[in-house]
Design a protein around this ligand. Structure first.
Ligand SMILES: Nc1nc2c(ncn2[C@@H]2O[C@H](COP(=O)(O)OP(=O)(O)O)[C@@H](O)[C@H]2O)c(=O)[nH]1
Ligand SMILES: [Mg+2]
Length: 241
C-alpha cells in the first residue's frame, strides 16, 4: 500500500517537472544561431575535471613566525579586494565555501594557508585597494604581504588576479613588477570572464596586458562557469614537476 502512495507522489512530481521541460523545449526549439557560444579557441578541458580529495584550512597567520613550517609547495593568490580570490580558490578546489566569499572588504587581515592534498598549500593573501582602508591599514597589508613573499622559498608561484573588465590598479602593477624584480613566477588570471561576451574577452585581455606591459599569457577565469579552471591546474602541475 505504502509503495503505491509513494509512486503516486513521484508521478505527480514528474508531471510538474515535465511541464517545465516541455516549456523549455518549446523555447529552445528555434535557437538563434548567433547565441550559440562557439569560440574559436575552445577552453573545454580535454581531460576530466581535476578532483581534489583533501582540502582544508590549515593555518591562519598574521606574521612570519606563524607561517607553517614544512616543505609543501605553495601557490599564493593575490589581488584587490572583491576581485574573486576566495571564489577562485573554492573553484580550484571544487568546494562551495571552504574559503568565505564576500566578507566585508578590508576586514580580512590574515594569511590563510589551505592544505590541498598532501602536496600543496594554497595561500589566500589579504586583498588590497579597498577605499575605506586607512593608510596605516594598507601599510600593514604591504608589510604582511612583503614579509610573506620574501620569506617563502617554497613559494612556487604567485597567482595575480585581475578583474577582466578593469584596468590594473597601481597595486596590481606594483605586485607584477615586484615579481619580475625578484624573479618570482607569476600567473596572471583575469577573473569574472563570464561578465563578458566571448567575443570581447581577447580585447579586454589585451588592455590588461598593455597596461602591465606583461609578456606572459593572461588566463581568463570564471568561478561562475569554471572557465580556466583546468588550464590553471595544468599550469600549476606543470610548474610542480
Ligand atoms: N560573475 C562572477 N562573479 C564572481 C566571480 N568570482 C567572484 N564573484 C563575485 O564577486 C564578489 C567577490 O568575490 P570574492 O571571491 O569574495 O572576492 P575576494 O574579495 O577577492 O575574495 C562576490 O560577490 C562573488 O560572488 C566570477 O567568476 N564571476
Ligand atoms: Mg576573499
Amino acid at each position: 500500500m505504502e509503495k503505491t502512495t509513494k509512486a503516486t507522489k513521484i508521478t505527480k512530481t514528474n508531471k510538474s517537472t515535465k511541464k517545465v521541460d516541455k516549456n523549455n523545449r518549446k523555447n529552445s526549439a528555434n535557437p538563434k544561431p548567433q547565441t550559440l557560444p562557439k569560440p574559436a579557441k575552445s577552453t573545454k578541458p580535454t581531460k576530466p575535471a581535476k578532483e581534489i580529495i583533501h582540502a582544508t584550512l590549515g593555518v591562519t597567520a598574521v606574521k612570519l613566525d606563524q607561517f607553517p613550517v614544512n616543505d609543501r609547495l605553495e601557490v599564493a593568490f593575490v589581488g584587490k579586494s572583491n576581485v574573486g580570490k576566495s571564489s577562485m580558490i573554492n573553484t580550484m578546489l571544487g568546494r562551495k565555501s571552504l574559503v568565505r566569499t564576500s566578507q566585508t572588504p578590508g576586514k580580512t587581515r590574515t594569511i590563510n594557508f589551505f592544505e590541498v592534498e598532501q602536496a600543496w598549500y594554497f595561500v589566500d593573501l589579504p586583498g588590497y585597494g579597498y577605499a575605506k582602508v586607512s593608510k596605516s591599514e594598507s601599510q600593514k597589508w604591504a608589510g604582511m604581504v612583503e614579509s610573506y613573499l620574501k620569506n617563502r622559498p617554497q613559494l612556487l608561484t604567485l597567482v595575480l588576479l585581475l578583474d577582466i573588465r578593469h584596468e590594473p590598479t597601481a597595486n596590481d602593477k606594483m605586485l607584477y613588477e615586484w615579481c619580475k624584480h625578484y624573479n618570482l613566477p607569476v600567473i596572471l588570471v583575469a577573473t569574472k570572464s563570464d561578465k563578458l561576451k566571448r567575443s570581447q574577452i581577447d580585447k579586454y585581455i589585451a588592455v590588461i596586458r598593455k597596461s602591465l606591459a606583461a609578456t606572459e599569457k593572461i588566463l581568463p577565469f570564471s568561478s561562475l562557469n569554471r572557465a580556466g579552471r583546468e588550464e590553471l591546474w595544468e599550469i600549476l602541475e606543470g610548474l610542480r614537476f
